[in-house]
Design a protein around this ligand. Structure first.
Ligand code: GPQ
Length: 833
């Protein structure tokens, strides 16, 4: 029963409603109040950390009011809501974003200055919310920003990991993982100890028949773990709309301890139960584009999905609408296959708990869900052993079998003479052991399936999901090219560039309609404008150079070409191609006379990114990069001509420093392997040029900005399969320049050769699956073109300006509007001030 204030007393409440601070003076007052009372510190004993805490609390108070109002309005209107289910939300820092979105960063800056603090130092105190691995998790964070900024009634649902992605340290050139305990002080979450859901695992299913002859399935026994909601407000930019991200935390059911056990003297096992329950939301799995089939991971998935669905269904039931209206009220988007059990769980709720007929329930389910695929890499496609599913979720496995049965029956009807298609599309893979194919289950249980860039969406239709296009027709499959939020990735990360742009395109409206950037294009011909443009890039490079000096001790020249590759370390992303290219450049420089060298262009090769802790080859790549750096950076013959930097612990807040400082960034995956990529968009939006393969969103970026503004190289996706075939069956020759690089490594120039032998063997002996040798020559030649282009600074800057002007398409706002129209059928709901 919800308590509400009776009419006569409401006046008193209204009179005392807070409005949040306005202006610098009130902000200062709030900060001091929080330091003194909330934090219980004397005002003259306030360090930067306390100032961060108090500033955050002041802004949090400000956000909560809009947040409450948004939620009230959405409940009152009861229009269709979007639920974005993602196991990862890579949010980064919240304070700067909150300040900018509510439009009070200037007040805070001035107020903090008066109190004796620099706003950058205060912002820098915040720990990143790093509940994600890479692109998939960051995409979810950009989507939340766009959903709120565009006033969509939307909730994110995820897990509140106690440990986010590990912190990376580089020790003697090797990656070392350190746990990231980030919850010490987190003002951005609100525990909702009253919002809990009991989640069942294991147990048995008993079947019976009711008085009407209807089959009843009862899932009984097993264990119960409690899900507790933690809410994070998501402010939109320049709108009062403040949405909710609900993260679930796991806890032993029935409170702290099982008191029965406790009283029976089983103190230890009572504590152990508690810890086992808490383990579910303890840690983010640190793999990117790889699924390892661990039981705890499946537990995480079901725990999160069941709690979220319970919440969504509870909200729907408050409106007392008939079940067939469910998908008029609810759209659920599955971020990859991780939440696919939601399909089965909703079917179970409708069938076993609400008593609906199968086919009605199934219609509701399929019209509710949409599924986004983020990869074609086979090792990333989720499959769960049938035995594990049976043990952990016995009722769900039965439902999966029924879904599969009905699905295969329709396939058989449509393709009566094709036995093999049934085997190929079955949700159950008849392997040893049998496996549940989650992507197939997601397709069958959704009304739309989308890829994340045009090439990728075409590839899934012609390769991994080809049979399903035959079965359902092409309309079920669509493309929504990824995007990024210009608020964080331009306005926040590159404030000077954002202001310069605003001064030319008619103010800050471009931050909400990124296509307005096209008004910039004519300034490419304006020499004074180009100078301002260049000065901002240079200042950003100086800032990065300082960070590099402070963290690695290496001095880099900000006038050198900054060549950046930052992303998760993965063979398909080909950091090995980059470092082999760097070695080739080093050897070329070493082979020159001092006079020849003087004519060369100075470069800084900058790498960053984490390797999954169990990904041995990726760790070897990190080690080689660092080993090359330690030789090249200390070679007096080379000096400023080449520096090789590995920036440790790449994360969202480091990306905010690195992205604005790049001249050239590398997006060089083997064609057909990178579904989209999103950092490519961030770099171009910040005025950097790209060297890249014809892969993922690089292709659409090229179409938008023009072929003359990007450095493309390498083999095409359509040729990859044939090339791999020739590697395996021909005696394939290694590129001669690459062979020289290998020989140099094997001479011991960069340390013990054995340390890098697997990287070389992958190319020479093991079929060069990622086509490093095939693309090497083209890669080196294209870098020469880059050097030539960079010599002509005026032309380079023109390319930079024109590219930015043409990037409007890649806003996540465009992307969210496409989802809303093509997949969710939802409309914005404006919350008036
Ligand atoms: N992506 Cl399957 C991840 O970051 N992790 C994953 O486990 C999978 C995909 C990425 C993908 O590699 C990028 O190409 C995309 O740009 C990104 O998802 C967002 O769609």
């Amino acid at each position: 029963v919800e308590a509400s204030i009776p009419e006569p007393q409401r006046e008193a409440w209204k009179k005392n409603q807070t409005s949040g601070f306005r202006g610098k003076t009130e902000f200062e007052k709030e900060v001091v109040r929080h330091v003194e009372t909330t934090l219980a510190r004397s005002v003259f004993n306030c360090d930067e950390n306390a100032a961060y805490a108090a500033t955050s609390l002041a802004f949090r108070d400000r956000l909560i009011l809009d947040w409450n109002r948004t939620q009230q309005r959405q409940t009152y209107r009861d229009s269709k809501r979007v639920y974005y289910l993602s196991l990862e939300f890579l949010m980064g820092r919240a304070l700067d974003n909150a300040m900018l979105n509510v439009g009070q960063k200037d007040d805070a800056k001035a107020g903090l200055a008066e109190l004796g603090f620099r706003i950058e130092d205060i912002i820098g105190q915040e720990h990143d919310a790093a509940l994600g691995n890479g692109g998939l998790g960051r995409l979810a964070a950009c989507f939340l920003d766009s959903l709120a900024s565009l006033d969509f009634p939307a909730w994110g649902y995820g897990l509140r990991y106690r440990y986010g992605i590990f912190k990376q340290e580089i020790i003697d050139g090797y990656q070392v993982e350190v746990p990231d305990y980030w919850l010490d002080f987190n003002p951005w979450e609100f525990p909702r100890h009253d919002v809990t859901v009991d989640i069942q695992f294991f147990g048995n299913v008993s079947k019976s028949v009711d008085s009407n002859g209807k089959a009843i399935a009862k899932w009984e026994g097993g264990e119960i773990v409690q899900a507790v909601a933690f809410d994070v407000p998501i402010p939109g930019y320049a709108t009062p709309t403040t949405n909710n991200l609900r993260l679930w935390s796991s806890k032993a059911s029935g409170g702290e301890f099982d008191f029965q056990k406790f009283n029976n003297g089983e103190y230890e096992s009572s504590v152990a139960d508690q810890q086992r329950a808490e383990t579910i939301s303890a840690v983010l799995y640190p793999n990117d584009n790889l699924e390892r089939g661990k039981e705890l991971r499946l537990k995480q998935q079901y725990f999160w999905v069941a709690a979220s669905l319970y919440d969504i269904v509870r909200r729907f039931k408050k409106s007392h609408r008939p079940w067939i209206e469910f998908s008029d009220q609810v759209a659920i988007q599955l971020n990859d296959t991780h939440p696919t059990l939601a399909i089965v769980e909703l079917q179970r709720i409708l069938l076993d708990i609400e008593g609906l007929e199968w086919s009605l329930a199934w219609d509701i389910v399929t019209s509710t869900f949409g599924y986004t695929n983020h990869t074609v890499l086979p090792e990333a496609l989720e499959k769960w052993p049938v035995g594990l599913m049976q043990h952990l979720l016995p009722r769900h496995l039965q439902i999966i079998y029924d879904i599969n049965l009905f699905f295969l029956q329709t396939v058989e009807k449509a393709f009566p003479n094709d036995r093999d298609i049934l085997r190929r599309v079955s949700i159950i893979e008849e392997s040893q052991p049998k496996m549940v194919r989650m992507a197939f289950l997601a397709i069958v249980g959704s009304h739309k399936v989308n890829g994340v860039a045009e090439l990728h969406s075409d590839l899934i239709k012609t390769t991994i999901f080809k049979d399903f296009v035959e079965i359902y027709g092409p309309d079920k499959f669509t493309n929504v090219t990824n995007g990024i939020t210009p608020r964080r990735w331009l306005h926040q990360a590159n404030p000077r560039l954002s202001e310069l742009i605003a001064s030319k395109v008619g103010g800050h409206d471009f931050l909400k309609d990124l296509t307005l950037l096209n008004r910039l294009e004519r300034y490419a011909e304006d020499k004074d404008f180009r100078k301002e443009w260049y000065e901002i890039k240079y200042a950003n490079k100086v800032r990065l150079a300082k960070h590099i000096k402070a963290t690695t001790g290496v001095t880099v020249n900000p006038a050198a070409l900054f060549d950046v590759q930052v992303k998760r370390i993965h063979e398909y992303k080909r950091q090995q191609l980059n470092i082999f290219g760097v070695i080739h450049r080093y050897l070329t420089l070493k082979g020159m006379t001092p006079e020849e060298r003087k004519k060369m262009l100075p470069r800084v090769s900058i790498f960053g990114g984490k390797a999954a802790p169990g990904y041995w080859m990726a760790k070897q790549i990190i080690h080689l990069i660092n080993s090359v750096g330690s030789i090249v950076n200390n070679d007096p013959e080379i000096g400023d001509l080449l520096k090789v930097i590995f920036i440790a612990d790449y994360n969202v807040s480091k990306a905010e420093i690195i992205t604005p400082a790049s001249d050239l960034s590398e997006h060089i995956s083997t064609a057909g392997t990178e579904a989209s990529g999103t950092s490519n968009m961030k770099f171009v939006l910040n005025g950097g040029l790209i060297i890249g393969t014809c892969d993922g969103a690089n292709i659409e970026i090229t179409r938008e900005i023009g072929e003359s503004n990007i450095f493309l190289f390498g083999n095409l996706a359509e040729d990859v399969e044939d090339l791999r075939h020739t590697h395996n069956y021909g005696d394939h020759a290694i590129d001669s320049d690459l062979e020289k690089v290998f020989l140099e490594i094997e001479k011991g120039t960069f340390g013990t050769p054995n340390d890098f032998s697997a990287m070389i063997a992958a190319v020479r002996q093991h079929g060069d699956y990622y086509l490093v040798s095939d693309d090497f020559h083209s890669y080196i030649e294209t870098h020469h073109l880059v050097d030539e282009a960079y010599r002509n600074q005026e032309e380079w800057i023109k390319k930079s300006i024109i590219s930015v002007a043409r990037m409007g398409f890649f806003s996540s706002d465009r992307c969210i509007n496409e989802y809303a129209e093509q997949i969710w059928n939802v409309e914005p709901l404006v919350v008036h001030d």
